[in-house]
Design a protein around this ligand. Structure first.
Ligand code: PGA
Length: 250
């Protein structure tokens, strides 16, 4: 499970409390940049994730954070292309540069894709086409950054240093999660599209969007769903602890 804290909490004290409650082996904590070092020192079992990254290594880029900075802090994962960032103007071309920079730096990008409500209303096929277009642009040229450059080997080998999170926009923060059945269909589609079009296999496609203690078990029980990206529920220590127990017991 990936705990995406987004722009929370407000204070160091709260961040420490939350990090302690979320500290488990199968968890990645993705706090705001400001709390990365704190979470690293507080949560010993969980892995560390960032919520974004810039593609340049250093220089005059006010407000940005680079891959060497994240690496030096012990960050292993980085969320890229979250719909909340895309809504602020992050384009597929920018997402593509970020995925590439993360991979080249040895970080594991968690690439977020997913369709808006208007598209999903037209059906799952329309949603698949939307996601396909995002993946095509976001992963352009990415094969060259992956551990195994031989396309034949890549297709058989499972690439572990790239994760995809399917996050339908209408499910994020709304309390209306997708169904595990439809998610599985989308996950299978994403996996086969990547093999077909990019000649690589990803080990995990995660689901995100209103995952909570009540529904996490039904998503993670599906062998095709490789994990959950959790926003709101990751900020509730008691609920998230419950989720960790459910995830660990599966
Ligand atoms: P949510 O957010 O769990 O609050 O729906 C998920 C996400 O945006 O990653």
């Amino acid at each position: 499970m990936i705990a995406n804290w987004k722009m929370n909490p407000a204070t160091i004290v709260e961040a420490i409390r939350l990090a302690r409650a979320s500290d488990a082996k199968n968890v990645v904590i993705a706090p705001p940049f400001l709390f990365l070092a704190l979470v690293r020192d507080t949560a010993r079992r969980a892995a560390l994730g960032a919520q974004d990254v810039f593609w340049e290594g250093s220089g005059a880029h006010t407000g940005e954070v680079s891959t060497p900075m994240l690496r030096a802090l012990g960050v292993r994962f980085v969320i890229v292309g979250h719909s909340e960032r895309r809504a602020l103007g992050e384009t597929d071309a920018m997402v593509n540069k970020k995925v590439s920079a993360a991979l080249r730096a040895g970080l594991t990008p968690i690439l977020c894709v997913g369709e808006p409500l208007a598209v999903r209303r037209r059906g799952l096929t329309a949603a698949k086409n939307f996601v396909k277009k995002q993946l095509t642009k976001d992963l352009k040229g990415i094969g060259n950054c992956l551990a195994t450059r031989d396309p034949v080997k890549r297709e058989k080998l499972k690439i572990e240093n790239l994760l995809i999170a399917y996050e339908p926009i209408w499910a994020i923060g709304t309390g209306k999660a997708d169904t595990p059945g439809k998610t599985v269909e989308m996950v299978k589609f994403i996996k086969s599209f990547l093999v077909l079009s990019f000649k690589f296999q990803v080990t995990r496609v995660l689901y995100g969007g209103s995952v909570n203690a009540e529904n996490v078990g039904s998503f993670l029980a599906e062998p095709d769903i490789g994990g959950a990206l959790v926003g709101g529920a990751s900020l509730k220590p008691r609920e998230f602890k419950k989720m960790i127990i459910i995830a660990g017991g599966l």
